[in-house]
Design a binder for this molecule. Sequence first.
Ligand SMILES: CC(C)[C@H](C(=O)O)[C@@H](O)C(=O)O
Ligand code: SF4
Length: 413
Amino acid sequence: MSTISEKIFSRASGKEAKANEFIMANVDYAMAHDGTSVLAVRSFKKMGLEKVWDPKRIVIPFDHLTPANTETTAALHHDIREWIAEQGIPNFFDVGEGICHQVLPENGFAMPGKLVVGADSHSCTYGAFGAFGTGVGATDMSEIFAAGKLWFKVPETIKVTARGKLGKHVLAKDVTLKTIGTVGAAGATYKAAEFYGDTITDLSISGRMTLCNMAIEMGGKAGIVPPDKKTFDFLEGRAVEEYEPVYADEDAEYCAEYDIDAANLEPQVARPHQVDNVCDVMEVAGTKVDQVFIGTCTNGRLEDLEIAADILKGEKVAVRTLVIPASRSIMIEAIRNGTAETLLEAGATLGTPGCGPCLGGHMGVIAEGEVCISTANRNFRGRMGTGGQIYLASPVTAAASALTGEISDPRTV
Ligand SMILES: CC(C)[C@H](C(=O)O)[C@@H](O)C(=O)O
Ligand code: SF4
């Protein structure tokens, strides 16, 4: 009677692991990006260590401040590149390759049953592939760099079941926001979430990534979709090693259960400044926006860009609209299939694959008093610029709002 998390931690610790126990687990893959690797490497060096435990199991994408925005960032990038070369870490993805949470799955590091730990809170994205993906701080990451293991408290698990076919212009992001609105921003603190129901199995891999990506926004340690044929097809020729899918037992114990009625779901929006401040789009329709941002590890995939392009085709945006593909390969595909051209012709700006203005780093921060509707995962006060207001929504709601210059229900434009 075990949950997916208990099974993954049992394998990773070499002993039967049960919720609330403390265990030492072997990490399958460890990720740090340009933002956090700096601190992890500093702490690693402080321990007086020379070589990392296993260079092949470390993945470092540069995505947060890329291309470098200041001389300080450029110098940090420079130092980390040197350390990566010194350590012989083969899985280094430099400026322009994309956002860590897109780069790892695309390159086959997120696999069913694996323990994938990242020095970034949205590492829960890897749960879309049936992995236990979770974020840790940079100091914890330095321990993993050193020894390949870390202690964990095995989380309890909540079960979220979404049923019903999604209506027109209602997307994975709406299911995600509804789930967070229902569970609450702290409702799943230090718990894993397992996602079930026909709505979830019907989601594309991209949609499942959106859902798992935001598990941390309800406090979740992980968000996991049980792997199925879609997962295995995606991983075909991509997985970097063999993997063993893991499923929960019928009588696994859940600490809470939630049901989401997806059939009657309206497009959702999270209002400033909390991710669980969720409502139907109609409640905020008409709110004037200054900027639209389509991108991030939540919604910067090809499917998201295509959905936006569908709405914007042959039209002109009414406000500045920034589109940032989540990875190089997504950008290439968007160029190849005409999506990029459609977006550019509609007046959107296309940015280098990476995090962009998501956390207020650069490339599209907003001014005091400005409003941005964004496809990202966080709308905290000041995140995209002090005094700015962020509304979170799906790519189709964001694109519809770009057309009108105000928050709009995509079913009405
Ligand atoms: C910079 C990084 C530590 C941070 C995170 O952990 O999530 C960032 O990616 C974010 O989304 O706020
Ligand atoms: S896109 Fe945003 S949420 Fe995702 S890793 Fe980058 S900064 Fe964090």
